[in-house]
Every structure is written in structure tokens, then in C-alpha cells.
Design a protein around this ligand. Structure first.
Ligand code: MN3
Length: 340
């Protein structure tokens, strides 16, 4: 009897844990807290990982639960950081950035890059020393808290930038400098203050001893092949996002029988379509079929607007908006067929 009760209790506990399972979890550290001594001290590592990173993670899990976004990937959250607000932006960034940071450091770090990465560093920055100087200088002059990044941009080239707070090049809030980070250095005081106090420069010089270029190289190779790079490039296309917004906010209500939004906003739809046809198209999507489909979108939006101005009946508006929606999805389809 006692065993049955225990079994029941443990089943309930187990189920309870299951039901409250959180979408994101702390990545395992591949080394002990003291492994990066003397460059990063054990106490800083322990607090940084088990307190700071854990807090970003807890807040991220709470934020996605509150926003009912538990099925979103970390990448999706970051691409939409601006619209999703500060709790998602800061904590998705905090989780992603620290996960990358732990993963590129090692007590047995390979101190110099090799292969294609070494060649690209030399051709882009002149030398590894020049790259380090550039990153240290951007890190030193980052006011307040932030990160400095080596990343693969949407043209598959290496680039350096810094970002405030927990932002990173994946996020839509970075208006330039978009791409996939392959090396990030945390320049928040919590990353160095216990050992280096206010001497950020000493921390920046020391950290290169534990950055493992073999691991950075793996990130580089993965980023070059990653289809996510094309997703980021598409995410930089603001005019397409602006059109999409008006389309979503008029088409979906119409599907539910509400024609007020499209009758109020058909002129705005024309404006957004025209803006899309004159805005620069990101490199990978600058194809003739996509340009033609955008022109089709402008004329489709204009005929819809004429119908609205004539106060045409709902069935006419519905046919015209449905056709415009199909044209928009044709553009989306053409974008996903693009070979990077
Ligand atoms: Mn940190």
C-alpha cells in the first residue's frame, strides 16, 4: 500500500515537472569553473554562468510563456525582437549570446585560426593581430554594457561590430551589421569586474588566451552553409515587412467577413506596394521573377484601391484582395526558392 502511494506521488511529481517543462535550458559547460584561470577567474565564471546566464534563461522562459510563444525558436524570437519587446529582446539575446560565449572558450585553446578562416581574416582585416585590435577597440569604446562580434554577414563575408546590452547581429533591431555571429566577447562589467575591476582593456587582452580558433572555425564553416543566413537577409527587407503588415491586417479580417480594414486601408496598401517597388532589394532576392511579381503587386493594389473608391460590393473586393494576397505569396515563394 505504501509503495502504491509512493508510486502515485512520484507519478504526480513527474507529471508536474513535465507540464512545467521550460522551452529553453542552460547549455552544459565543457570545462570547470576554474579551467580558464588565470585569464578568467573561477568566481567570475561561476557567477556569470550559474547566476547571470541562468537569470536570462528564467526570464526568457517566463517571457515566452507570458507571450504564448513557447513554440518559437530562439532564432525566430531574435529576428522579431523589435516587435516582441524588451523582455524577449534582452533575454533571448542574453541566452543566445552567453551560450555562444561559453562555446568558443577552452582551457586548451588553439591560439590562431587555420584554413579558409585564416585566409579570410587576412584578406578582410590584414592579419589576426589587426582583427584583435579592431575588436578590442570596439569593445573598449562600447559605452556601458554590450558585446563585440565577429560575424558572417549576409554576403557571406567576415565583419566586426559591437552592440549594446544583449543585442546581436541576428536581431532586427540591428539596422546594419546583420548576420550570424561566430565569435562574441562579453563586455558587461559582470564578465570581468571581480578580477579586472575597471580595467576593461586588461580583460580584453587576456581573453584571447582562452578563445579557441578551432571552435570559431567550426562556427564559421557552419554559418557559411546555414540557410538561416538567407532568412536574416530577407529579414533586412523592411519594405517587404511593411507591405506584409498591411496585408495581414486587412486580408485576415476579410476572411472573417470584416471588410472595414481593407476599405479603410486600400490607399495605404498602394503606398506600401509602391514603396516596395522602389526600395532596394537585398542582393539574393534581386531576380527578374521577383521584380516582375512586385510590379504585379503594385498594379493589383491599384485596381483594388479603385474598387474600394467606387464602393464596389464585397464579393468584388474579396476577389481582388484574394488575388493580391496570392501575388504576395508568389513573392514569398520565389524568395524561398532563391539559391544563396
Ligand atoms: Mn554576461
Amino acid at each position: 500500500m505504501r509503495n502504491i502511494i509512493l508510486l502515485t506521488v512520484s507519478c504526480i511529481l513527474f507529471t508536474g515537472t513535465w507540464l512545467t517543462a521550460q522551452p529553453f535550458s542552460l547549455p552544459k559547460l565543457n570545462y570547470s569553473y576554474d579551467a580558464l584561470e588565470p585569464f578568467i577567474d573561477a568566481e567570475t565564471m561561476e557567477i556569470h554562468y550559474s547566476k547571470h546566464h541562468q537569470a536570462y534563461l528564467n526570464n526568457l522562459n517566463k517571457a515566452v510563456t507570458d507571450a504564448k510563444l513557447t513554440d518559437w525558436t530562439l532564432e525566430q524570437l531574435m529576428l522579431n525582437a523589435e516587435r516582441r519587446g524588451p523582455a524577449i529582446r534582452n533575454n533571448a539575446g542574453g541566452h543566445y549570446n552567453h551560450s555562444l560565449f561559453w562555446a568558443i572558450m577552452s582551457p586548451t585553446a588553439q591560439k590562431t585560426p587555420s584554413g579558409k578562416l585564416a585566409e579570410e581574416i587576412n584578406s578582410t582585416f590584414n592579419s589576426l593581430d589587426d582583427l584583435k585590435k579592431m575588436m578590442n577597440s570596439q569593445a573598449a569604446t562600447r559605452f556601458g554594457s554590450g558585446w563585440v562580434w565577429l560575424y558572417v554577414n549576409t554576403d557571406k563575408k567576415l565583419a566586426v561590430c559591437s552592440s549594446p546590452n544583449q543585442d546581436n547581429p541576428i536581431m532586427d533591431v540591428m539596422k546594419e551589421n546583420r548576420g550570424i555571429p561566430i565569435l562574441g566577447i562579453d563586455v558587461w562589467e559582470h564578465a570581468y569586474y571581480l578580477k579586472y575591476q575597471n580595467k576593461r582593456g586588461d580583460y580584453l587582452n587576456a581573453i584571447w588566451n582562452v578563445i579557441d580558433w578551432n571552435l570559431v572555425n567550426q562556427n564559421y564553416e557552419a554559418a557559411l552553409k546555414d540557410p538561416f543566413l538567407l532568412v536574416i537577409e530577407k529579414n533586412t527587407w523592411q519594405a517587404l515587412k511593411d507591405f506584409h503588415m498591411v496585408m495581414a491586417q486587412t486580408y485576415h479580417p476579410m476572411e472573417d467577413g470584416d471588410f472595414a480594414p481593407i476599405r479603410n486601408r486600400s490607399g495605404e496598401m498602394v503606398e506600401k506596394a509602391k514603396a516596395l517597388s522602389t526600395a532596394a532589394i537585398p542582393n539574393s532576392f534581386r531576380t527578374t521573377p521577383i521584380k516582375n511579381a512586385i510590379n504585379e503587386l503594385v498594379s493589383g493594389a491599384e485596381s483594388l484601391d479603385k474598387l474600394v473608391k467606387k464602393k464596389a460590393k464585397n464579393d468584388k473586393i474579396e476577389a481582388s484582395l484574394t488575388k493580391l494576397h496570392d501575388t504576395f505569396h508568389k513573392i514569398q515563394g520565389l524568395c524561398s526558392e532563391v539559391d544563396h
